[in-house]
Design a protein around this ligand. Structure first.
Ligand code: PHE
Length: 349
């Protein structure tokens, strides 16, 4: 080393010391302070660079190179430590924010009523609010209640609309699992005298293979009104009032001509599609309407079957599937979800 290089002499130690301090820096703040101290305006390296001016050209080149190397080494050490600290900080933050999704919290989860029961209760509430009473009947019925009294004589072709499950009890085809809730109309009329304003919810059975839109065991709710001077307008108005009360404002009902042996005239009962609100979509087959059930004016033969005088009494009846209505209301695309009892499905309601 020459005299002129004297101010640059202790480089080796200075750089080693600087690198050691940088490596020991414990956080970003300390590192920033070291950066200023070691490379900033007041640093030994900057002072040494100023001193280069007093050297001869070859010495200056030599010392300048050493100085550049020293500066590069310190910068490198700072960069390495900065990356290390950032990685540590990130790891600490992730650890702090981490959620243990495997954790089992011993909360006491309360059970709740099944979706079908909830819907049935709500439907009953709406009708009770309109002054109706709630009645029930047996699921195992006789041919008389399920068909005969409802104006389906033996061999009547309309019996084919119902894929009946018969029970091995009594004479062949004399007992069955009810195919609809309409037999409860007969039981209510037999047990009471008009006026009657009643709804009758319950389980029904048909010989159907379960698929996305059919269940062999499903639920219906039946309505029956018997009073003096009841007209078709009362039926239409009642269904419309019910529709708004249950589905909300903007959902209306409409009737289409249909056929049932126990009502005359008979109609099919549709409601505004709850998904598109009438504009037409996939769920309603672009019609803007969803089919809900059947209805009509009580047939005189039904009154005769229960001993009511059809010249005195008039009435209407309606019936619709609760399960399908639930599917429509909640956008469930497979009715079987209602009976497979998967708690992940059931807990959503
Ligand atoms: N019981 C009929 C069915 O299940 C529906 C209905 C009820 C029709 C009451 C008219 C009156 O198909």
């Amino acid at each position: 080393m020459t005299d002129a290089a004297e101010p640059l002499a202790p480089w080796g130690d200075l750089v080693a010391d600087a690198i050691a301090r940088v490596a020991a820096a414990s956080d970003a703040t300390e590192l920033r302070r070291l950066d200023v101290e070691l490379l900033g305006r007041g640093s030994a390296l900057v002072a040494a660079r100023a001193a280069l001016a007093s050297l001869s050209a070859p010495e200056r080149r030599e010392a300048g190179r050493a100085l550049n190397q020293a500066r590069a080494d310190v910068e490198e050490a700072l960069a390495v430590r900065r990356r290390e600290l950032e990685a540590q900080e990130r790891a600490a933050r992730l650890e702090a924010e981490r959620m243990d999704l495997t954790e089992v919290r011993p909360t006491r989860r309360r059970g709740h009523l099944h979706l079908v029961t909830q819907a049935r209760d709500r439907l009953e509430d709406v009708f009770v609010g309109m002054g109706y009473q709630v009645a029930e009947g047996p699921e195992a019925e006789t041919d008389w209640y399920n068909f005969e009294a409802l104006n389906f004589p033996a061999g009547h072709p309309a019996r084919n609309m119902y894929d009946t499950l018969y029970l091995e009890l009594g004479p062949p085809e004399s007992t069955l699992l009810r195919t609809h809730t309409s037999p409860v109309q007969i039981r209510v009329m037999e047990a009471t005298t008009p006026p009657i304003y009643a709804v009758m919810p319950g389980r029904c059975y048909r010989q159907d293979t379960a698929d996305a839109s059919h269940l062999p065991n499903f639920h219906q709710i039946e309505g029956l009104v018997v009073d003096r001077r009841i007209s078709f307008a009362d039926l239409a108005g009642t269904l419309d009032a019910f529709t708004e009360a249950y589905f909300g404002t903007g959902i209306r009902s409409r009737l289409r001509p249909s056929y049932f042996p126990f009502t005359e005239p008979s109609a099919e009962f549709d409601i505004t599609c709850v998904f598109c609100r009438g504009d037409g979509c996939r769920s309603c087959g672009r019609t803007g309407w969803l089919e809900l059930g059947g209805c009509g004016m009580v047939h005189p033969n039904v009154f005769r079957a229960v001993g009511y005088d059809p010249d005195v009494w008039t009435g209407f009846a309606f019936g619709f599937g609760i399960d399908r209505m639930i599917a429509q209301r909640h956008g469930i695309d497979d009715l079987r979800e209602l009976v497979t009892n998967d708690v992940r499905f059931l807990r959503q309601f």
